[in-house]
Design a binder for this molecule. Structure first.
Ligand code: AMP
Length: 282
């Protein structure tokens, strides 16, 4: 595996590979890799000639009061894991390499950002769309792999690819979970031990809501209250949001019908966790 830290070298390497007719699978991450990331890498490995992993904790997508400085990092461990998964290239640029000057052009996401994480993290998806635009231009991937854990991000990237005509196929990958159901996340290490035990309530409340829907509940407001109550009663976490929308358009629903997303975010003492469930309802 080749570790590359400069944009010029990364672009030149991939231009060379593409000129030989090779397909490129790209997995963008912020590192501190876990099974979720490795699942994306494995799928990319199966479907492409060349696999590129990027590790970049993108300051643009963190708000001023968010966890940019405490976001977990361990490059040597990540490098060993990427090597095990047979990635061909690991792109690991510095912040200065990615943003050498104050940007003169930025990408602003207009649709689907007034809800969920877009609402509680203003500017977050502009930062995501800006870095992904740069990374797509650097990698020129055939396919890009994104986890459904960040379902709103998948929807925003779908819009970015379509609006800006990137010749990239977006491949959404199912959420990978711990044995007790908690969605794997780099941030889980920042949970206190009792919070880690309580955090399973995110998954449990989504499953309980699904049961309610199976039993016939079709009222979004009642389901949202039901989930909020479960989380509040069974953890110290503070609910940031629980919402139900159509997916991937993220429009409000009067009645549960069609493809829907139940999404939630809960703040613990040092970390905010997200989870979701996408369902198809007749
Ligand atoms: P991150 O490093 O958190 O920016 O995540 C990089 C990519 O991995 C994103 O596309 C995430 O959606 C995906 N990802 C993170 N956690 C999981 C998970 N538990 N299951 C599936 N994909 C995940």
């Amino acid at each position: 595996m080749n570790v590359i830290t400069t944009i010029n070298e990364m672009q030149a390497e991939l231009l060379k590979q593409k000129s030989q007719g090779k397909s490129v699978g790209f997995v963008p991450t912020m590192g501190f890799l876990h099974e979720g990331h490795l699942t994306l890498l494995r799928q990319a490995r199966k479907e492409n000639d060349i696999v590129v992993l990027s590790i970049f904790v993108n300051p643009l997508q963190f708000g001023p009061k968010e966890d940019f400085s405490t976001y977990p990092r361990d490059f040597e461990r990540d490098r060993a894991l990427a090597e095990c998964e047979k990635a061909d290239y690991l792109f690991f640029p510095s912040v200065e390499e990615m943003y050498p000057t104050e940007p003169s052009v930025s990408v602003v996401v207009k649709d689907r950002t007034d809800v969920l994480c877009g609402k509680s993290r203003p500017g977050h998806f502009d930062g995501v769309a800006t870095v992904i635009t740069k990374l797509f231009n650097i990698m020129m991937p055939s396919r890009a792999y994104f986890g459904k854990k960040d379902a709103q991000q998948v929807a925003v990237i779908e819009g970015l690819i379509s609006d800006f005509n990137f010749p990239v196929e977006l491949i959404p990958v199912d959420i990978v979970r711990e044995e007790d159901g908690l969605a794997k996340s780099s941030r889980n290490v920042n949970l206190l031990p009792h919070e880690r035990e309580q955090a399973v309530i995110l998954y449990k409340s989504l499953q309980a809501a699904k049961e309610e829907i199976i039993m016939g509940e079709r009222n979004p407001a009642r389901l949202i209250s039901f989930i909020k109550e479960m989380i509040t009663n069974q953890s110290d976490g503070e609910v940031d949001y629980v919402d139900i929308y159509s997916y991937p358009n993220l429009k409000p629903l009067e009645k549960i019908k069609g493809r829907i997303i139940i999404a939630l975010a809960v703040k613990f003492s040092k970390v905010r966790l997200i989870d979701n469930l996408i369902l198809d309802i007749d």
